[in-house]
Write a protein that binds this ligand. Structure first.
Ligand code: C2E
Ligand code: CA
Ligand code: CA
Length: 679
């Protein structure tokens, strides 16, 4: 309990006069200060001396509020609060200015309960001579600063708090560790301070104004009074900064529509998950999912409906995901989820199946029940990939497969790979047999003149006469032949066939030049050049009447020595033609550096022709400048042909004239043509 004034003596008798006389004999200034009226209530003689007061009455009449700074006022209010809360005392060095002269006092302060129940301030002051100005200033600074400074014993008991710290703390007795909103980490904080001597960090602290973010600096030190080991803690309130930063970080890392993470911080989060999985010997699954026909929803129902749909999916993902899982929207209608598996959990893929299951029921969108289609691809850590990149790539491949498979909407990378590998193996074996058993045939597609509609040349196109599957087009096997290297043997067969036909055409009146396709892999094989150089001698063909069609990728650099090989082929007399022009980098400039005789404009540009043909006009004028002849591919309509004819493109190839046909049919077309010409 705060002691009452005046002091009562044990046996109940109080000799007030004696007590007051004793006070007047003290060499210590003792006075009582009225917090509320900012006046001296009572003072002993020594106080009058120090304050240069004529009498107690004169001292009592002084109005200290008149020239009291707001900082001092605030400090006094704080003391008043502190004393109300607990029976405590403080010692500070004050500078008083009685009659304008500075007097430095070491003052011990404590609270006294006044007769009327209010809290007064009991001060005991000794003149303080030996203080250095610097010490004084630093003591003043400690009082005035907004930095919360406190000293704690090693056990966390508060030994000292400056004004700012007292103003902020929940209670003066609160132990160091109890000030933290998350006290779990405190032991490790002490450990670090003991080791490193000091530590700076930001933590959420309990204060009398609620939870606040403080930046704390903790130093190991000694308590100057007791000499015991202690921690000196200074804190500043960084709540505003922290919240702004957190908000900015949230906005930068989250998708505003769904509240899920966005792509930005994903890499970091996923790397963390994989690190945890590696450390704890856990497995994880990375899913990619994509809405089916999302564009259709957006286009037909509007973007608001599209947004609702995306939110529905995000909600479902949140409901299914655990606290350690990562879910994110990658953009558009693409989502990602990474799930860390616990030992004994269901086999990977359960999450995808659960999600599909939940969307098997129609959902309400724009007031109507609608069926939402999803496709999922996933890759399992560590079997299907060990890095974030690898897992993402593999899940993406699996997703691609799921999108085109109506019966399996949740596919694991491994399944897809296995299927592709098996397919490849089977086709490779089949292709080897096809070569041996002569199952390949060449069809020829005529290339005609846009003005006269006469056949001016023919392109050899490969077909596979499969014993069970019938006639198979090159799109189904050329890539596999490339991947397995079989294209070299197949290509040799094609070149020999074309050379032989060309030779046989010598004797025909209606002979036209022929073209054959050469794949990049063939060009990079030195045996191809040797073969082409030997063909004129072995078959008697005329290389000048054979075009080799190569794709832009050959020229654009993936093939070593491309230019040298092409130059050698050119020197043999073959014509070099760029196929599918415009699908690569569409840059005619590079043609300068290569021995190019012609280009074939890819059939996708026939659409451009229908809308003015600006691009085709450009290609034509550039080709003209380079002296290259041009064939337009994929011509299907009379309008396209007349446009080409009007715009100076003389050659065309396409279903309008003829589809690729068997060799005999091609030859009979030529024969008919020469008969008509002779008529
Ligand atoms: P490509 O060299 O661009 O051949 C033209 C493709 O377009 C042919 O497909 C042809 O049938 C098709 N086509 C022709 N006119 C039209 C049309 O008006 N409309 C449409 N929609 N398509 C048309 P095909 O025969 O299926 O050949 C596909 C690709 O396979 C060829 O494209 C070529 O890159 C490759 N290929 C064919 N034969 C061989 C070969 O012997 N060796 C190599 N390495 N590749 C070949
Ligand atoms: Ca071609
Ligand atoms: Ca082509």
């Amino acid at each position: 309990m705060t002691p009452l004034f005046p002091v009562t003596i044990a046996d109940g008798k109080v000799d007030m006069d004696l007590v007051l006389q004793l006070y007047d004999r003290l060499d210590t200034a003792v006075w009582i200060f009225d917090f509320d009226h900012k006046r001296y209530l009572w003072a002993n003689k020594k106080t009058l001396e120090i304050t240069e007061a004529e009498s107690l009455e004169e001292l009592q009449s002084r109005d200290l509020a008149a020239d009291m700074s707001p900082a001092v006022e605030q400090r006094l209010r704080q003391y008043q609060q502190d004393f109300k809360k607990s029976d405590t005392s403080f010692s500070e060095i004050w500078t008083l200015y009685p009659k304008g002269k500075p007097k430095v006092l070491q003052i011990a302060m404590s609270g006294v309960r006044l007769r009327d129940g209010r809290m007064g301030l009991l001060c005991e002051g000794r003149e303080h001579h030996e203080q250095q100005p610097e010490t004084l200033r630093s003591a003043e600074a400690l009082l005035h600063t907004t930095v919360m400074i406190s000293l704690f014993s090693r056990q966390g008991e508060p030994l000292y708090r400056n004004t700012a710290s007292r103003a902020a703390c929940v209670s003066l007795e609160t132990q160091f560790q109890d000030q933290f909103v998350h006290p779990e980490d405190v032991q490790s904080i002490f450990d670090v301070v003991d080791r490193e001597r000091s530590l700076k960090f930001v933590a959420q602290m309990k204060t009398n104004a609620g939870a606040k973010w403080h930046e704390l600096t903790i130093r190991a030190c000694h308590d100057a009074v007791s000499g015991q080991d202690a921690y000196l803690v200074s804190e500043i309130d960084v709540t505003e900064l922290h919240e702004t930063k957190e908000r900015a970080q949230y906005l930068a890392s989250h998708d505003t529509l769904t509240g899920l993470s966005n792509r930005t911080y994903l890499q970091e989060r996923l790397t963390q998950i994989l690190d945890v999985a590696k450390r704890n010997d856990q497995t994880a699954t990375l899913y990619l999912l994509d809405l089916d026909d999302f564009k259709l929803v957006n286009d037909s129902l509007g973007h608001a409906a599209g947004d609702v749909l995306l939110q529905l999916v995000a909600e479902e993902l949140k409901a299914l995901a655990g606290p350690d899982d990562v879910i994110a929207r990658l953009g558009g209608d693409e989502f990602l989820m990474c799930h860390l598996e616990k030992p004994g959990e269901e086999e990977p893929g359960w999450f995808g199946r659960a999600l599909l299951d939940s969307f098997s029921k129609p959902r309400m969108i724009e007031g109507k029940q609608r069926q939402i289609g999803l496709s999922l691809g996933y890759a399992h850590f560590p079997d299907d990939g060990e890095t974030v990149d690898e897992l993402m790539r593999h899940a993406d491949l699996a997703l691609y497969q799921a999108k085109s498979d109506p019966n399996n909407k949740c596919i694991q990378f491994r399944d897809r790979m296995r299927r592709l590998r098996d397919e490849h193996r089977a086709i490779k074996k089949d292709l080897e047999r096809a070569l041996k058993e002569d199952q390949f045939v060449l069809y020829y597609q005529p290339i005609a003149c846009t003005r006269t509609d006469r056949v001016v040349s023919g392109e050899a196109l490969l077909r596979w006469q499969h014993p069970e599957r019938g006639l198979i087009g090159p799109d189904e096997f050329i890539q596999i032949a490339e991947d397995t290297g079989l294209i070299n043997d197949i290509g040799t067969w094609v070149a020999e066939q074309v050379a032989n036909l060309q030779r046989r055409m010598h004797n025909l009146q209606n002979s036209v030049p022929l073209a054959l396709n050469v794949s990049p892999r063939q060009l990079s094989d030195s045996a191809f050049l040797t073969l082409m150089q030997s063909l004129p001698f072995e078959t008697g063909c005329t290389p000048g009447r054979i075009s080799l069609e190569i794709t832009e990728s050959v020229i654009l650099g993936d093939i070593p020595n491309a230019r040298e090989t092409l130059t050698s082929l050119k020197n043999c007399g073959y014509q070099i033609v760029i196929d599918d022009f415009g699908t690569g980098y569409s840059n005619l400039a590079y043609l300068h550096n290569y021995p190019i005789d012609g280009i074939k404009i890819d059939r996708m540009f026939m659409e451009d022709v229908e809308s003015g043909g600006e691009i085709v006009k450009l290609i034509l004028s550039l080709a003209n400048a380079l002296g290259a002849n041009v064939v337009a591919e994929g011509v299907e309509s009379i309008e396209q042909r007349s446009w080409l004819s009007q715009n100076g493109c003389n050659r065309y190839q396409g279903y309008l004239y003829s589809k690729p046909v068997p060799e005999e049919r091609f030859l009979s077309m030529l024969e008919t043509q020469s008969k008509i010409a002779a008529m």
